[in-house]
Design a protein around this ligand. Structure first.
Ligand code: C2O
Ligand code: CU
Length: 467
């Protein structure tokens, strides 16, 4: 499904539920694009083929929510209205913005109560593929469908035939295609989190994606699942990675031929469609060894290729204005990830936080949505270069996300990384370690947490204070 205007109009068409069409305010010199987003219950068809509709919670009545297309450096205002039966907020994942716009209830803003609205306003400094989701009762709100893509356009995008978004969500549906209850299951929370049984792309169980030989696609793949980690293999194709988490990188092939994305992670790929006309090629997700499945088929039209050779245009995206950390002068902090069930032995460790926590960082656990009054895990001086040495003592994978900043991944298991890529979420393997580096350049209280939502809500969450 192609996105942008069409998806926005689709959102607006659900008139009673709200529109995401931008309206322009103010003079030409200082204009602000304004969007309206209503979060509320809706009913959508996820599974197709005459299956029943699913009752969801949605932005503007659609799953995923409308694609917000923003312009780099321009001011945008998004008025969010809450038609849910509980408090909500919106977090603009990966966007470097003022702390007050970050969407963490009790920490950066009061929660948006049912019936109320909150106005977010920011000028995204970085172009790229980002997303938005609630930060209140995140397990249920994200798990019931509240998520959408936020694409910040480059002033000069790479030349492609189609710019395609795949926003991937994972649902646990019952036999009637309704969302199964049991959010916050303790056993699951101590293991891999709530992994579902139904994977959708742009709100539909995918089947076939029609393509034309010779085309060049930009594929923005975004993992918006609660807990499912994905490892995508593109049979017969060699995608080139041009950005991680919205931040451009040196174009390179997939590592080991697979695209590994933990929850909240994104990648921008350039995919030259060099398959044979009339054939189809599978995209497989085989992250969980015994649970490999076919995500979809790329089905080539029988027509002859639109061009004989891939275009010559360069693939490199222009760099975003990120402050580069000075590794020589950086302050180094170790953060130990602890807790969870230990493999098959059924033991819990790292329970020092009390309050029913399952996970911890450096012996401390922050749980639920009660973000007020939790002393910061680290106090960072504004402008300081920092290295966070993340050491995973647990038996589980953790996609660790820092709010309000992008960071360079500088080492894995003690070895310097070749590309030092920028990210906002990094997957830390069981018993593995990853060093990330960034400049603590924006003042405020910023969340640093695991994006496996069950882990986040049961202790693997902390505040970093930059002052
Ligand atoms: Cu995408 Cu704190 O989250
Ligand atoms: Cu985790």
């Amino acid at each position: 499904m192609h996105t942008s205007r069409r998806a926005l109009v689709a959102g607006a068409a659900a008139a009673a539920l709200g529109s995401a069409l931008p309206t322009r305010r103010g003079s030409a010199a200082a204009e602000t694009r304004e969007y309206r987003l209503i979060a509320g219950p809706a009913s959508v068809n996820l599974t197709g083929n005459g299956h029943p509709d699913t009752a969801v919670w949605a932005y503007a009545g659609t799953v995923p929510g409308p694609v917000i297309r923003a312009c780099q450096g321009e001011r945008h205002r998004v008025v969010v209205t809450n038609h849910l039966g509980e408090d909500t907020t919106v977090h603009w994942h990966g966007i470097r913005l003022p702390n007050a716009m970050d969407g963490v209830p009790g920490l950066t803003q009061p929660p948006i109560r049912p019936g109320e609205s909150f106005t977010y306003e920011f000028a995204p400094p970085d172009a790229g593929t980002f997303w938005y989701h609630p930060h209140a009762d995140a397990l249920q709100q994200l798990g019931r469908g509240l998520a959408g893509a936020l694409i910040v356009e480059e002033p000069e995008p790479v030349a492609v035939d189609r710019d395609v978004l795949w926003l991937i969500e994972d649902w646990r549906l019952d036999d009637n295609a309704q969302i199964a209850s049991g959010f916050g299951n303790r056993m699951e929370a101590g293991m891999s989190g709530r992994i579902g049984n139904t994977v959708t792309i742009n709100g539909r169980v995918p089947d076939r994606v029609s393509v034309r030989a010779g085309q060049r696609l930009r594929l923005r793949v975004s993992n918006a699942a609660l807990a499912r980690i994905m490892s995508l293999r593109f049979e017969g194709h060699d995608p080139v990675v041009v950005a991680h988490d919205g931040q451009p990188c040196e174009p390179h092939p997939l590592e080991d031929g697979r695209l590994v994305l933990g929850p909240a992670m994104r990648a921008d790929l350039i995919l030259d469609l060099r398959g044979e006309p009339g054939r189809s090629y599978s995209v497989i997700d085989d992250f969980y060894r015994d649970l490999a499945y076919k995500l979809l088929d790329l089905v080539y039209a029988a027509d002859r290729p639109i061009r004989e050779h891939p275009p010559e245009e360069p693939l490199r995206l222009s760099a975003n204005p990120l402050p580069d950390p000075d590794l020589g002068a950086a302050e180094r902090y170790e953060i130990v990830l602890q807790g969870g069930m230990m493999g098959g032995r059924g033991m819990m460790r790292g329970m020092m936080g009390g309050g029913g926590a399952t996970w911890a960082m450096n012996g401390r656990s922050m749980t639920g949505d009660d973000h007020a009054g939790m002393p910061p895990l680290l106090m960072l001086r504004r402008g300081q270069s920092c290295v966070l040495a993340l050491r995973n003592e647990t038996a589980w994978w953790h996609p660790m996300h820092l709010h309000g900043h992008s960071f360079r991944v500088v080492a894995k298991d003690g070895q310097p990384t070749a590309r030092r890529e920028w990210r906002d979420t990094v997957l830390v393997p069981p018993r593995g370690s990853v060093d990330i580096a960034f400049v603590a350049d924006t003042a405020g209280d910023w969340m640093f947490h695991c994006h496996v939502t069950d882990h986040q809500e049961t202790g693997m969450m902390a505040v970093l204070r930059i002052a």
